[in-house]
Design a protein around this ligand. Sequence first.
Ligand code: SF4
Length: 871
Amino acid sequence: MDGNGLPERTTQLDPPAEFPFPFPPYDIQRDMMRQLYCCFEAGGLGVFQSPTGTGKSLSVLCSAMQWLRDDLQQTEKDLLDQNVSERAQGAAETHRSRSASTASTAGKTGAQQSSTSKKSMPAPPSWVMQKQADMRADAAKKAVDKWKAKIVARQDRIRLVRERSEEGRLSKRKFIPGVFKSGKGDDNNDDGTQDDGADSATEDADLVPRDYASDDDGGDGGLSDDSDGEEDEPPRIRKIFFCSRTHSQLAQFVSEVKNSPFSDVRLTALGSRQNLCTNPRVNKLSSLHAINEKCLDLQKTKNEIDPKTGKAVKVKKCPMLNPRSMNVTSNIILGSPQDIEEAAVVGERLGACAYYASRQAVEFAELVLLPYNMLLHKPTREAVGLDLKDNIVIVDEAHNLVETIAALHSAKLARLELEQAHAALSQYMDKFKRRLTPKHLMYIRQLLFVLKSWLTFLRKPVADGEKSEFLLSVNDFLFETKTDHMHFFKLLRYCEKSELHRKLLGYTQRHLPSVFDSGNGDVGESSGALRSKHISPLRGVQAFIESLTHADEDGRIVVRRSGRDASLQFMLLNPAIYFEEVLLKARAVAVVGGTMGSMSEFVQHLQTPKTRALKVSTFSCGHVVNGNNIIALAATHGPTNEPFRFTFANRKNKAMVEGLGRLLVNVCRVVPAGVVVFFPSYDTEDFIYQHWKACGVLDSLQRLKQVVREPRAAGKTDECLTEYSNAVQQGRGGLLFAVVGGKLSEGINFKDDLGRCVVMVGLPYPNRHSPALQEKMAYLDKRAGSGARNANGQSPGEAYYENLCMKAVNQSIGRAIRHRNDYAAILLVDDRYARPRIASQLPEWMQPYHTTVDKMGGVVRHLSTFFRKRK
Ligand code: SF4
């Protein structure tokens, strides 16, 4: 056993000939499972690309679980063998020492023997050596037996709880104790809502930080202190951390688990308090921030009088943290796979906090499901207490992994937020000046100085010829704002330890409600989050200070001086630094996606000098459908032979737009059921729609199919999808206008009749003139060194730029053809799709079926032949 109690295995594992699978797997699934298994065994980083609709999740699940079970079985076997070999080795040593001692005695004179014994200690008698070897072997076996016994005992307990739960013998009433209820009126106090009332002696005492030398930082609720006599020390279990982008993707994965041969897995799905909080007085609060803050507040231990004994007792104020019901809930969660919603229901039924119970279950889980931010954002990972060491990490839907890491660590600070923070903190300091220790005052003054300096910098008017948006290195920003002498590490540590942001929130809510109104009607999108009265004015400031502690070369500050919408934003240039720890700690990391783009570039973006030595394996496979089910056409010219080229400068060319309309009318005549058209941006879609409306194309389209447009507002997406799918299912046929990178280009399946044809209009390149993008490209070029070029002759920055576009194209294309018997046409409308460099970046599975057609008649002929054969 190693220092962490995780047994060590000595035999290497080979993938099995067949993996348990709910149905006979396709060849590509079998290949992928084998490669994944080898990656888990060999360690390092594995990048896996498999088109959507090829049963990727199931392949990931079955290979990972098979490896985990094989690992456990082989470990036990190795330990047993080790035990036998220890004994044998002991016997051999005994034998050797006996022979040596006989030979030595026989060959030496008395004087020689005496001089040898002076130089070295005599070997212990053979029976002692044997005994020592046996003892070593016994101790090893005992440790393994104990480890196994703990696992079996815990499993038995889980089984028992699950049986009782299924029989309905567990109920909320049984587990909620009344003993710690306050005598002050339970209704008001069980969530702490009335605790903040001030009396004259202790008015606002809760708003002043404690002396800043203390290590008391609130913690996570200290659930371990409340443990209800579970095992002395829990057995350490190797686990799989499976991470995906959204809760609904995790829920989908849980349903795959339930229908797989591994439905007996011990699984826990981690979600946010918004999804898992079971305290009705907290989970009804309007925002996640408010729920988080309230929950953390309730976790602080407070003194109360036990009504039975009349003595003061320390108590946590959320009644859902009852240790016994928490243990039962966590065992039920582990007893059979539950998604986040189901775990919340269990918690509610038992009167336990499902948020902490699901975290408590991590310790004994084999499979832990978690959203991206919990794995990729270090402070969140640490707050949850995820231990990745020697475990397997799988990142699903990883095509935008690098961009997601960058976004998670990009802190934005709006001018209004700075103003609010400065105003609130000044008044806070004035009010509590006499009660704050000199150390607190020193740090608060430093903070005020920093806020004022940044505000002055942001308020500077933009002179003629000056840009309103520009980038600075971290060092230059500090120099320009005259805050380069500040010790930001210390300041940050102070903010964290003192929890000043929470004190300030309490103070503003109680005494300065007007602070939250100051932006009404006068702030732009960038500062929208500020208006919530549940967010501390210091929260954003603290996150921004944290970003300043990065190495100068890893990030830039984007300065936007645009009046009330002015802002500062930290932009992370090197997201790999946040993936480094994951790679170094985990035994193996597999990143899996449908459209990863160039594998080698993807890997480079994730590597740092420290992780470059790790083994890297890559895998890419074709689609499960056969060639008769796919047709991919690049339409390069319109009906009057004008080329299609939807560049930024040409996208509003009316002749070309009309040509596109006529092409689409013909497409709708020959393609049955649903057609989805992706436009490069909302603006382009709107311009084209309005033009078609004016020139009559829209009427023609509407006569053929029901036209539905993707709304800009997120709340209306469901409505639009329902309208489109009703039109398709009722036989009218639907034509859906969607936007690349919008709400419909990821995570929505247009399978079967919902997507018989996907039309991609133009190439959705990001804005090349954006200072942030230019900086990122320059950073990549600089990092690779001058002259670095890929096979297409592009510098790393150019390759990155094009990759962003092609990943978006491939994501949108991947919405159609979702299973083996599905079929669809892909129509790429732009003459640049005929270029070999662009064509080579389309999905690999599509490339054999990719044909360039330069006449509209040719496009229509190809499509009608394809769909005639499908009837
Ligand atoms: S401890 Fe759990 S139930 Fe209680 S407020 Fe926090 S998240 Fe909600």
